[in-house]
Design a protein around this ligand. Structure first.
Ligand code: GLA
Length: 728
């Protein structure tokens, strides 16, 4: 619920368990009074006005030296106002002066959640979950610049979104040098910062560190959200753990470069920020033009990190993901990549499809290597002509045969890229991002197409439709296998706009495709999970989580991913052993348990398996299908950490608490080991749960307090899965 007390200048947002408050002071400055556990009243009593050395005062305050924006908590701090902490907004006038002094002008409250033109955003109609929007109009008192701060509220999920629109009404024009989407100031608290760093094949590794007197900056200057840092930051009380304590999240609904910061200032106050990366960003606005900032999702939990993740997971699953697959169970896939890489013909693919059908798998995905000039990953991108010679048939016929074999069909593309050796590049060198007068930087021997240009987006739309229209295609794996390094558009005069305009181009392309193929399931991918973000989830409800399919490495990757993303969005497959990425050997059952965490599938050649292994796979597929709805929609609990503990355990609990799946992978085995117990969480208090495989009946109290005993692991990486149901 949003409330405006005009007299006091107080703007208060209440969600079910949190309160977020701002106050316009006597000078019209919008201060941030509070964010945290639900509270009432005017929280500006928390401000301590003191004369602080070297902290400037705005001109209005003159001799009142206790008034300084350098120490007051602000809603949207801009550079040039005497606040020397990290600004959210840097605006440069024509004369090069960077000043912008925003003051409150007016505000509006309306039902339903705002949308952002051209950008992905959390959605909720008026009346849906009591969602509301707050618009605060701020004006620079000297220039004709207006900033509209936007807040979307989903009260039941304790979610508040933030975005802003920067509008220039100034004849001379301005340049936006930095425009972050959210900035939060905390007057009190000692925090840890939790971030998710990584690399190709090892994405979203959790790191927790104390926020001390320095700026901690994460981000990406790669034109993509990146493997290296995920656009998700959590500030947690230093005592906060999974079950207790206060914590705050910022999650970016954007797939381009980003900037995230936490900083403890000279008075032990903490600032947290997130928005677009400002390097190689400089966005001119002529009179009448505006810039819409991508959205940041905020959430607060006073009940620890699990609750915070559940808020974000529910928000993304139900209010960011769209289309038919938002709510329906995803098909089980057999992907050709690790099965045969690019060494195949049509017969081989059809053989895989037949094997898939016999195992109960729903869909065959034809990965990379099906188009002309693509027998290795050095060429072929851009033209998208089916290699009928290699396939020995047309794509349409192959699709038809695959359907006849009893499975559906999906295909891989990497639309945003071009190889030097392609007709497209020979004809339109200027459609690739490259610096003029220099050889381009290559990544996987390919260049990035300039999606800031409309003609490039139109070309790609036609090429993709040209492929999808060759048969009944139900799934598209949308890959993206390099970062943007040569930021230069040959179609633009103003290069500081290119990276943002690229994202608008990409989003418009995906939107057009979804309009034309509303039932198409697109799975996002970027060398695995290099573009695993809430922006992509708006178009692709599932993302290939990592190129690393080793079950044990995946435990950490999926654990880190679970902090901000719904399990239904995680693409996870069982692959062959020794694992292709790290050589590790794990049992087929362990690989199955780890992959049964999200969008499930296989990435191997079933033809190379023994009858016993095929039987086990048939059972795994049946098991996943049986529990798929619970896995996709249930509440997810992290029961231990693969980073700290000798085992990794997690569970899914149905919304009505009737059913639970417990999963455990033992990471250590020793002689004469002490007993291992896993404490369950989220069960119905006072209920009795029975192990549906006949293992016994247990009280929820004991399962949550003392735990469930895990049999001593007889070997490495033993996995266990139990399914419990309430006894009535
Ligand atoms: C990327 C993807 C893989 C596979 C290959 C194909 O690395 O993440 O899953 O599709 O490209 O080239």
């Amino acid at each position: 619920m949003i409330a405006y007390d005009r007299e006091k200048g107080l703007l208060t947002i209440h969600t079910k368990n949190s309160t977020y408050q701002m106050k316009t002071d006597k000078y019209g400055v919008l201060l941030h009074t509070y964010y945290g556990r639900r509270a009432d009243g005017d929280m500006s009593y928390l401000f301590m006005m003191e004369d602080r050395g070297f902290s400037g005062s705005i001109y209005d305050a003159r001799a009142d030296r206790t008034y300084s924006l350098d120490q007051l908590p602000q809603e949207y701090p801009s550079s040039g106002t005497g606040d020397f902490r990290s600004p959210a907004l840097i605006i440069e006038g024509k004369n090069g002066a960077a000043g912008c002094d925003l003051r409150f002008d007016s505000c509006k409250i309306r039902e339903g959640k705002y949308a952002l033109e051209g950008l992905p955003a959390v959605y909720a109609d008026a009346g849906e979950d009591r969602a509301q929007t707050l618009e605060i109009h701020m004006k620079d008192r000297y220039s004709k610049l207006e900033v509209v701060l936007l807040y979307g509220v989903l009260p039941e999920l304790d979610i508040i979104t933030r975005s802003a629109v920067i509008q220039n009404l100034n004849d001379e024009g301005i340049v936006v040098q930095r425009a972050l989407s959210a900035s939060l100031d905390f007057l009190t608290g000692e925090f840890d910062l939790i971030t998710f760093h990584g690399r190709h094949g090892m994405e979203r590794q959790l790191e927790r560190q104390r926020v001390n007197h320095s700026a901690h900056v994460i981000g990406s200057r790669r034109g993509m959200s990146s493997h290296q840092y995920n656009p998700l930051m959590i500030l947690a009380d230093k005592e906060c753990c999974e079950e207790h304590g206060s914590c705050y999240a910022m999650e970016f609904v954007y797939s381009g470069g980003f900037f995230g910061l936490s900083e403890r200032d000279q008075y032990d106050q903490t600032r947290m920020q997130m928005g677009m990366m400002d390097e190689k960003f400089s966005y001119p606005l002529a009179k009448g033009e505006s810039l819409i900032l991508p959205e940041v999702i905020l959430s607060y939990s006073g009940e620890g990190l699990t609750r915070l993740s559940q808020n974000l997971q529910d928000c993304l699953r139900l209010h960011v993901c769209r289309g038919r697959y938002r709510d329906s169970v995803r098909p089980v896939l057999l992907n050709s990549w690790e099965a045969c890489y690019m060494n195949f013909d049509g017969e081989k693919i059809l053989g895989l499809a037949r094997e898939a059908a016999s195992l109960g798998i729903d869909m065959l995905v034809l990965d990379d290597g099906w188009f002309e000039n693509r027998n290795d990953d050095n060429g072929g991108l851009g033209d998208w002509l089916v290699d009928e010679k290699k396939l020995g048939t047309t794509l349409g016929e192959l699709i038809r045969d695959i359907h006849e074999a009893g499975v559906r069909f999906g295909i891989w593309m990497e639309p945003e890229m071009v190889s030097e050796d392609s007709a497209l590049y020979r004809e339109h060198r200027d459609w690739a991002m490259r610096l003029p007068g220099r050889e381009p930087v290559l990544g996987r021997n390919q260049l990035v197409l300039d999606l800031s240009r409309k003609e490039v987006v139109d070309y790609l739309f036609d090429r993709i439709c040209g492929i999808l229209d060759q048969g009944e295609v139900d799934y598209l794996k949308w890959d993206y296998n390099r970062s943007i390094s040569d930021v230069y558009s040959h179609g633009a005069e103003l290069q500081g706009k290119v990276l943002y305009d690229y994202m608008l181009g990409l989003y418009s392309l995906l939107e057009r495709l979804l309009e034309r193929y509303p039932d198409l399931l697109i799975e996002g991918c970027s060398g695995g999970g290099g573009r695993f973000d809430a922006g992509m989830l708006y178009y692709t409800p599932q993302i290939w989580c990592s190129d690393n399919t080793d079950a044990i490495d995946r435990l950490k990757i999926q654990y880190g991913t679970s902090f901000g993303y719904p399990m239904s969005s995680i693409g996870a497959h069982v692959s062959a052993v020794p694992n292709e990425q790290n050589g590790r050997i794990t049992a087929l059952w362990t690989r199955g348990v780890v992959a049964m965490t999200g969008g499930f599938g296989y990435e191997l050649d079933p033809g190379l398996l023994s009858d016993g292994e095929k039987k086990e796979i048939r059972e795994q597929v049946a098991l996943w299908k049986k529990h798929a709805a619970l896995i996709m929609e249930g509440k997810y609990y992290r029961l231990s950490s693969p980073f700290d503990d000798a085992l990794c355990a997690w569970s899914f609990v149905s919304r009505d608490q009737e059913e639970v799946i417990l999963n455990v992978v033992c990471l250590e085995t020793h002689c004469n080991m002490p007993g291992i117990y896993v404490r369950l969480r989220g069960l119905k208090s006072g209920a009795m749960y029975s192990d549906t495989a006949g293992g016994g009946v247990y009280s929820s109290g004991a399962l949550m307090e003392a735990g469930y005993p895990v049999p001593r692991p007889e070997g490495e990486y033993i996995a266990l899965q139990r399914h419990f149901k309430i006894v009535h």
